[in-house]
Design a protein around this ligand. Sequence first.
Ligand SMILES: Cc1cc2nc3c(=O)[nH]c(=O)nc-3n(C[C@H](O)[C@H](O)[C@H](O)COP(=O)(O)O)c2cc1C
Length: 182
Amino acid sequence: MIIESPVIDAILARQTIREYRPEQISSDQLETLMLAALRAPSGRNTQPIHARFCQNGAMLKEMQIDFKNIVGWDTPVHTRSDTNPFYHRAPTFAFLFAEGDSRMEAGLMAENLCVAARGLGLATVLVGSVGPLFSDDIAGPKWKKTLQIPEDWLFMVGVGIGHPDEAPEMKPRNEEQFMVIG
Ligand SMILES: Cc1cc2nc3c(=O)[nH]c(=O)nc-3n(C[C@H](O)[C@H](O)[C@H](O)COP(=O)(O)O)c2cc1C
């Protein structure tokens, strides 16, 4: 039997949402999400992830233009890239960076954000595909400067956050990958 709890409910209900209503999340929701992200664990508590929460739609649109100029306007770089920008029009978008390649810590922080957002009745989309924007020789330094991130730091992953405007089926999972040995 699956045990019910608010945390388990949020984990089981989280899913990728790629369509958002335009209204912004509240400042209390943002503050709560930032605390949830900050509480993510890291090896030896090194806390290598620096997050930037962008709520500036005009800035995200400008980033999208630079991104497309880098990867190509008709290249299918991510799901629904023919209709949606990389941030899927989520009104809040968190960019996670690290000084080194701290993908484990970035993943843990990103999942904290996604589960916490779901617990607050919000939706999320993880976005890895915008990476080329930050590794580009010209756009990378420009946007890192805007986001107050040192040039040599690496983009890890992004998280779009907002109010859902679609209700897709849950994506299936392969239970055969799990086994109890005993
Ligand atoms: C590291 C990572 C990067 C991802 N990057 C993107 C992305 O760039 N664009 C996108 O639309 N979805 C992206 N996703 C979302 C996945 O496609 C999605 O999590 C997966 O299909 C499972 O669906 P679910 O989240 O609804 O369970 C990413 C997910 C992860 C974990």
